[in-house]
Design a protein around this ligand. Structure first.
Ligand SMILES: N[C@@H](CCC(=O)N[C@@H](CSC=O)C(=O)NCC(=O)O)C(=O)O
Length: 277
């Protein structure tokens, strides 16, 4: 693993690291913020999964998470959203599929199965890489994210009870298997059998019996993707039917951008920090 950069921030260290990924068969880059408390011993780890078109860098530059992370003594890891590189299959003119659009699935279609293994990358490879190299308490992890990444956080946690102490999301895609901007990606990564897509769809996982102890979601009501892409009411209905306590904060006037995310970032970090104690 190579250190790309380290910068002191709010008393801690914002690092960027690069490594050869076993799961994605490509070079991958991630950002890790260590709060000042990490100098004295292992700190809990909060995963932030980014949305379509992002790398590790969008949230690092615009998410404004470091002040709250330092205050609460929580490390924040921001992985990339897909495998990268000239050898990785891609559709450069399509922002909803391929590089920057991994959807946190393990692809099964032959053209993509070698590289597009973001579920295993986040759940297995990256934690293995982090453990021991950084002062992190891997028994205390939580997860959140935005849009494609908010949905990814919910699905990864639903399928692994106990792995994450808490889960939250900014404007998550509620049901990607039926939304216009994600349906095609599911077909290309996972094949035509829609039954197989259920394992990567939050509302369907909940319908199929998977559970979370609770869920926090913030959603802007001026989000241009609200009605066609995000549809938080589908998540609300699924959680209600399943008895999952959902706090859905509809935020008046906010859109889908990092201006929205950064506004509520400190609230989410405080909420996770309380559960990571
Ligand atoms: N290029 C698209 C807009 C893409 C977009 O809004 N991406 C969001 C995530 S959307 C769901 O996963 C994002 O986080 N973008 C990065 C950023 O820095 O804002 C278009 O032209 O509509």
């Amino acid at each position: 693993m190579e250190t790309v950069s380290t910068s002191k921030s709010f008393g801690g260290i914002q690092g960027v690291y690069r490594h050869e990924s076993r799961e994605c068969a490509s070079e991958m880059t991630f950002a890790l913020y260590l709060p000042p408390q990490a100098e004295d011993g292992p700190v809990p780890l909060l995963w932030y999964l980014s949305g379509l078109t992002c790398t590790h860098q969008n949230v690092m530059d615009k998410g404004e998470y470091r002040r709250a992370a330092a205050e609460h003594g929580v490390a924040v890891i921001c992985p990339d959203t897909s495998p990268r590189g000239a050898d990785v299959p891609d559709e450069p003119d399509n922002w909803q599929f391929g590089q920057g659009a991994g959807f946190y699935v393990d692809a099964t279609e032959p053209a993509f199965a070698r590289n597009y293994r973001m579920a295993s990358y986040i759940i297995s490879e990256l934690p293995e890489l982090l453990a021991g190299r950084f002062p992190l308490d891997m028994n205390r992890q939580s997860i959140f994210g935005h849009s494609m990444g908010g949905h990814g956080a919910i699905t990864l946690a639903l399928k692994r009870p106990g792995r994450f102490r808490s889960v939250s999301a900014f404007a998550p895609i509620a049901q990607p298997s039926t939304a216009g901007w994600s349906r095609t990606a599911f077909e290309k990564y996972l094949g035509q059998d829609e039954q197989a897509w259920r394992a990567y769809d939050a509302t369907h996982l909940i319908e199929d019996g998977f559970r979370l102890p609770e869920l926090l979601v913030d959603q802007g009501d001026a989000d241009g993707f609200l009605d066609d892409g995000l549809r938080p009411w589908l998540l609300e209905e699924a959680c209600k039917a399943a008895g999952i306590p959902l706090t859905l904060n509809m935020r008046a006037g906010y859109d889908h951008s990092y201006f929205f995310i950064s506004t509520f970032m400190a609230d989410h970090i405080a909420w996770h920090a309380e559960r990571l104690k």
